[in-house]
Write a new protein. Structure first.
Length: 242
């Protein structure tokens, strides 16, 4: 089968999605791209090294993360100009979605170079599609600012949006976020999706005040995808666990 597939195109930046929890999130196309590329640009070379080792892949790697994006972007562009095939990966999910990647993609496009997405796991899509909230229209915010004033200002601005809101949050600030949602969106349905695609995947659904009761009783681990229903879905509902 693989021998019938077209080879990778020289001088192309491949954005390869990696597992967000379960190693089976990795696609066959993603594995082939990692096997056939010349170099892997990784957010964390140690973590990516473990992923490559698990699948029996050995490739040279270079680090590409938030604080060296400018320098590494220039190096990646030069590699692409020489005709190298570069696979860009982050620790989990699709590059560029609340992870490094956007800067080098913009630079490559600006230089007239080829960029190709190798799609796969993405936490916001997994959380949204399984949340039970409307998927017709949604707005992805990613991580809110750390400073309380900036967070509150952004949340207040989002009240005017009609569709589903999607945020990312760490387990260390999830209670703070739900408290803020209770102040800004007290009548909305909120879904806390955690440990997506892992063994202990869980969805908690309810009004913010109901979820706060859960958070006070339980220590919830893992990264969260937080979804807030649109204004049209503002209903009184019961707390749902799944």
């Amino acid at each position: 089968m693989e021998s019938q597939l077209p080879p990778l195109t020289p001088g192309t930046l491949y954005l390869v999605a990696t597992p967000i929890g379960n190693l089976e999130d990795m696609t066959l196309r993603g594995l082939r791209t990692l096997k056939e590329c010349d170099v892997v640009a990784a957010e964390d070379t140690r973590r990516t090294g473990q992923l490559l080792k698990h699948f029996g892949i050995s490739k040279p790697m270079l680090s590409y993360f938030q604080f060296n994006e400018a320098k590494r972007s220039e190096e990646i562009i030069e590699r692409l100009r020489r005709g190298e095939k570069v696979a860009l990966v982050t620790d989990a999910g699709s590059p560029g979605i609340s992870d490094p990647g956007e800067r080098v993609v913009r630079a490559a496009r600006g230089a007239g170079l080829r960029v190709e997405a190798v799609p796969g796991a993405c936490a916001l899509v997994a959380g949204l599609t399984a949340s039970g909230l409307s998927t017709d229209e949604f707005h992805f915010i990613g991580f809110l600012p750390h400073k309380s004033g900036q967070r509150r200002k952004q949340l207040e601005a989002l009240k005017a949006f009609a569709g589903t809101l999607i945020l990312y949050e760490s387990p260390y600030r999830i209670e703070k976020l739900v408290t803020e949602l209770n102040e800004v969106f007290p009548g909305r349905q909120v879904v806390l999706a955690r440990e997506l695609t892992k063994k202990f995947e869980e969805f908690l659904t309810g009004k913010p005040t109901e979820l706060l009761e859960i958070l006070k009783k339980r220590s919830l681990k893992g990264e969260f995808v937080v979804l807030v229903s649109g204004e049209a879905e503002e209903v009184s509902g019961e707390l749902i666990n799944s």
